[in-house]
Design a protein around this ligand. Structure first.
Ligand code: 5GP
Ligand code: ZN
Length: 141
């Protein structure tokens, strides 16, 4: 039996409220939902995080996202929808099997908070140009 909690849900050895399944992925209700309709989308194959996934595995996973999001939108009619995916404990990852949160949003006090604090002075255009060049160099290598 798998030791990973999400692998156990995939193999059916512990219960999960599944909403979608295909050859590559399953989606199920988060057991501690932040809002009504909070769903997790995961690959069936154990991958710890995004860095651990192949392009094909990532494509197979995201391919399922629009239809699940649309079903949530139609069922719950939220005001919006956040997709969130945490990599590493510092970023808030607590289960080390890749998962994408689909979180329907209703209002400012619906239980989900995400605040951007832009640092425009620290990262003016010339700095952005340099950062972009460095990233691009890695991607082109
Ligand atoms: P993370 O913080 O790693 O991005 O999110 C992990 C999510 O998995 C949490 O929202 C948590 O509620 C959910 N979760 C943890 N254990 C279980 C479980 O056994 N079943 C289900 N359905 N969700 C779980
Ligand atoms: Zn796993």
């Amino acid at each position: 039996m798998a030791s990973c909690i999400f692998c156990k849900i995939v193999e059916g050895s512990i219960p999960g409220e599944k909403v979608y399944e295909d050859e590559h992925v399953i989606a199920f209700m988060d057991i501690m939902p932040v809002t009504k309709g909070h769903v997790l989308l995961i690959p069936k194959k154990h991958c710890e995080n995004l860095y651990d996934m192949t392009e094909e595995e990532a494509a197979n996973l995201f391919k399922a996202a629009p239809k699940i999001a649309t079903a949530l939108k139609e069922e719950f009619q939220p005001a919006g929808m956040n997709l969130l995916q945490n990599n590493g404990s510092f970023a808030g990852q607590t289960v080390y099997h890749f998962h994408m949160h689909l979180i329907p949003r209703y209002d400012k006090s619906d239980g989900f908070q995400l605040e951007f604090q832009p640092k425009v002075e620290q990262f003016p255009t010339d700095v952005l140009t340099e950062l972009a060049a460095n990233i691009k160099q890695r991607l082109d290598a």
